[in-house]
Each structure stands twice: as structure tokens, then as C-alpha cells.
Design a binder for this molecule. Structure first.
Ligand code: PLP
Length: 458
């Protein structure tokens, strides 16, 4: 394997899938976990991986098998598993202090300052930060509370296919029915608008002939006093939907949404929890369209593997007072140190550019695959954030989640952790750590293609 600059950030000896998968040690650990952890766990049921260590875009299981990891910690590991700069910063911080509530400390203030300096568009050097709890959901809760505090209006617009977490407010704003089952009622006055999922346009239209009808429909819902919307005050949108199946909106859409927000007094919240920190080829996905949100939520790669979340918002919205959104672990010192070091690594190695480069390579390869394999209905993405939508044969475009379940297992047996998403669970997601080497990326895509051919033939 040739040594590109990122070689050392990954485990060597990859594709050493020598033992049965899962091997005896992994099997024992998976069984042990099942005894004690709740049935609510999801991933070990999909991919029987018991982890011993990870580096970059690679993980090793307890039996010594090394896998290419296309999940990238679902967006939390843009700098890779156990990135050496991050590990070193955490070690140094652990020797000083690990937990400091919201008292100022070096890593906490450094990270806030960094976020303000990197924020997209008009937020840059003109925003405030609220460090939130360990999960992205908490940032969503904070963003919606801040918006409502400012507008004094209860209504929030979210989007079909959107995912914003599973706590109270955030679950209400998440679209997936299975995630909400039995937990209703959620918070009132939440409205779901159609997202521009052009492959399956709910209006049956095609871009660009549609003239962004979905945005105009949203405007109608907001403006017409008889559409059932009670005083909408905020709008929450993923600049590219992630869990919904990596769905980038068409050009101009986010600008339209900004215009609609401005004309109707809505606070625009961009949820960059999954898209942030170089994943889509820019530090934040809102930058592609040069649209400034009023509030931006961040988490996942904000901590480069350690748990943290936050909101970055226009200064003038900082109208609430002490205690408005508090909690014990908000802005944990170790997470702040990890986050600051991780962002430093992203900047030093220009991971945004690397994401664009590797993303082009991946899209090209996947589109070639699509031309050969009729079970691939759509390939889309931005940067190294690519979705491959699997469909049943016969021209109906019917989603084929079962095929993806079988493909994920087949890939795993051959050394690749493949990832799933999409409204129907039929979208393979390619979002490895951005430190993946070209060789590992190509090898992973080859495992994916060979596996797909095999499972479609069964
Ligand atoms: C866009 C987006 N927002 C919010 C969340 C919720 O984050 P967490 O699972 O950390 O609560 C997620 C998680 O996948 C997400 O992708």
C-alpha cells in the first residue's frame, strides 16, 4: 500500500480479516453486552463488531480483524478514531482538570473563540456560543428555546425526513415515526414541511423545472392564515439531510428558505450537527450557499470523539439571562480540549479540501457503479458525504432496505463497516473519517461493489 500523507493516521495491516467474523472473543463480548445493556441498542444488531481499538478510518475487533470504517462515528470522527493530536490534548487536559462547570478555563474559552471565528457568513466574529450537554439533541433543545424566547411564538417548522435527536423537543422535531412511537404527545405546534428530496419529490416534479415548488409551498403554509399553523416563530433545517439519506437540497433552496424566514419573521436554525466540521467540503454546509442562519447547532465532530454540543448564534439573540439553559456537563473540559485540538488538526491538514477531493472520487466511482447495477437508484452527496439509494428491480423505484441489510453483513464479513440511513433504511452512507487514505477508500468501495453484486444475485 502506497503511503499517502494520511497513512500514519490509520491502522496498518488493514484487511487483515483472518479470523471468523465475529470471532470467538468478539462473540463472547457481544453476548456479554446483551446480558447487561438494554434492548434499545441498535448498532451491534446490525454489525457484530466488538471493538478493541481504532485509528483514523480503521477499527480492530477483539479477534484482531481490522476493518475499514465507513461510518466515521456517524459524523463524530471527521479527524478519525483516536486522532493523535486529540489524544495528546486530552491527556494534557486530564492532568490539569477534567470538569469545571461553566467556569472559564483555557480549553473552554479557546473553543468558544474558535467557533465564533469559524462560524459561517454573518455569524463569523459576530456571534455568541452556548456550550450544551454531551448530545446533539441538547443543542437542538437550546436552539429552539432561544428562538422561542426571542420571538415569543410557539410554532416551529421542521422537515420531513429530518433527524434532530430523541429528547423531548428534539424528538418532536424529528420526523421518523418509529423513533416517536409510544412517546407522544410531543411538544405542541411543530409542523413538518417537505424537504427537497428530489429523487422522490412529493409533488412529482423535477428540478429545475419545479422552480423550487417545495419552498413556495412552505411559504404558502406560513403566510396563509388558514393553513393551521399557529404563530410559527422558528424553522429548523439540516443543510443536507443526514439520517434522512444524505439528501443535499438543490442549488438556491437554502437561499429561498432564508428569504422566507426573513419575510415572515422566522428565526432560521441550521442543524449542522452531522454536516459540520469539514464533512461536506467546507467547515459548515451552510457555506456552500453562503446563507447565514440565525442559530447554528453543532456537536459530533465538534468534540472529535469526545461528547459535546453547542449553539452558535447572532449576538442580538442573546437576550436570555443566567440559568436559561444550564446543566452539569455543559462544555466539559476534556471535550473542549479535544474539540479545540481536533479543529486545529482540520485546519492544519485542510480537511475541507480533502473532503472535496475524496468526495469527487467517491461520487465518480459510485456513479459508475450505478451505471452497471440497476439496484442503485440514486447517488448523491457533497464532499465525502455520499448516499447510495438501493431500490428494487423493475423500474418502480421501490426502496429495498432488505438488500442493504444483507449488503451490510456481507461487507462486514469482508472487512468493511458499511453504514445505513434513509427514510426507508435503504440508503448506504459513505462518511468515513476524512483522514482515510485513497487506497483504503478505494478498497472499501471495492468491497461494497463486490458485496452488492453478490447479494443482488442471491
Ligand atoms: C442533524 C442531527 N441533529 C441532531 C442529532 C442528534 O444528536 P445526538 O444523537 O447526539 O443527540 C443528530 C444525530 O444523528 C443529527 O444527525
Amino acid at each position: 500500500m502506497s503511503k499517502d500523507a494520511f497513512y500514519k493516521y490509520n491502522l496498518q495491516g488493514v484487511l487483515k480479516v483472518t479470523k471468523a467474523i465475529p470471532g470467538p472473543k468478539s462473540t463472547a463480548m457481544l453476548e456479554e453486552q446483551r446480558k447487561y445493556d438494554s434492548n434499545a441498542l441498535v448498532y451491534p444488531g446490525q454489525v457484530p463488531l466488538a471493538i478493541s481499538r481504532g485509528l483514523g478510518a480503521t477499527v480492530e475487533d477483539l479477534d484482531g480483524n481490522i476493518f475499514i470504517d465507513f461510518s466515521g462515528g456517524v459524523g463524530a470522527l471527521n479527524v478519525g478514531h483516536s486522532n493523535p493530536s486529540v489524544v495528546e490534548a486530552v491527556r494534557r487536559q486530564a492532568d490539569k482538570i477534567t470538569h469545571g462547570l461553566d467556569f472559564p478555563s483555557e480549553p473552554r474559552v479557546a473553543l468558544s473563540k474558535k467557533l465564533v471565528g469559524l462560524a459561517p457568513g454573518g455569524l463569523k466574529n459576530n456571534s455568541k456560543v452556548l456550550m450544551c450537554g454531551p448530545t446533539g439533541a441538547d443543542a437542538v433543545e437550546a436552539a429552539v428555546k432561544l428562538a422561542k424566547f426571542n420571538t415569543k411564538k410557539p410554532g416551529v417548522i421542521s422537515f420531513e425526513g429530518g433527524w434532530h435527536g430523541v429528547s423531548g423537543i428534539s424528538l418532536s422535531l424529528t420526523a421518523k415515526r418509529s423513533a416517536k412511537a409510544n412517546y407522544l404527545p410531543g411538544v405542541p405546534e411543530v409542523y413538518f414541511a417537505p424537504y427537497p428530496y428530489c429523487y422522490r419529490c412529493p409533488f412529482g416534479l423535477k428540478h429545475p423545472d419545479c422552480s423550487l415548488s417545495c419552498a413556495h409551498y412552505l411559504e404558502h403554509l406560513v403566510r396563509d392564515s388558514d393553513t393551521g399553523f399557529a404563530a410559527p416563530g422558528a424553522l429548523l433545517i439540516e443543510p443536507i439531510q443526514g439520517e434522512g439519506g444524505i439528501v443535499p437540497p438543490p442549488p438556491g433552496y437554502l437561499k429561498e428558505i432564508r428569504r422566507i424566514c426573513d419575510n415572515n419573521g422566522l428565526i432560521m436554525v441550521a442543524d449542522e450537527i452531522q454536516t459540520g466540521f469539514c464533512r461536506t467540503g467546507d467547515m459548515f454546509a451552510m457555506e456552500h450557499e453562503k446563507v447565514t442562519p440565525d442559530i447554528m447547532t453543532v456537536s459530533k465532530s465538534m468534540g472529535s470523539g469526545l461528547p459535546i454540543s453547542g449553539i452558535v448564534f447572532k449576538k442580538e439573540l442573546d437576550t436570555w439571562g443566567p440559568g436559561a439553559h444550564v446543566g452539569t456537563f455543559r462544555g466539559n473540559a476534556l471535550s473542549c480540549a479535544a474539540g479545540f485540538a481536533g479543529i486545529g488538526f482540520m485546519e492544519k491538514h485542510d480537511l475541507a479540501e480533502r473532503s472535496r477531493h475524496l468526495g469527487q472520487r467517491t461520487l465518480k466511482r459510485c456513479r459508475e457503479m450505478m451505471s452497471r447495477l440497476d439496484v442503485i437508484g440514486d447517488v448523491r452527496g457533497r464532499g465525502l458525504y455520499v448516499g447510495i439509494e438501493l431500490i428494487k428491480r423493475g423500474g418502480s423505484k421501490a426502496p429495498d432496505p432488505d438488500l442493504l441489510v444483507r449488503l451490510q453483513k456481507e461487507c462486514f464479513s469482508n472487512g468493511l463497516v458499511a453504514w445505513k440511513g434513509g427514510r426507508s433504511g435503504n440508503v448506504a452512507r459513505i462518511m468515513p473519517a476524512l483522514v482515510i487514505t485513497e487506497e483504503l477508500l478505494d478498497a472499501g468501495l471495492s468491497i461494497f461493489e463486490t458485496g452488492l453484486k453478490k447479494v443482488m444475485a442471491r
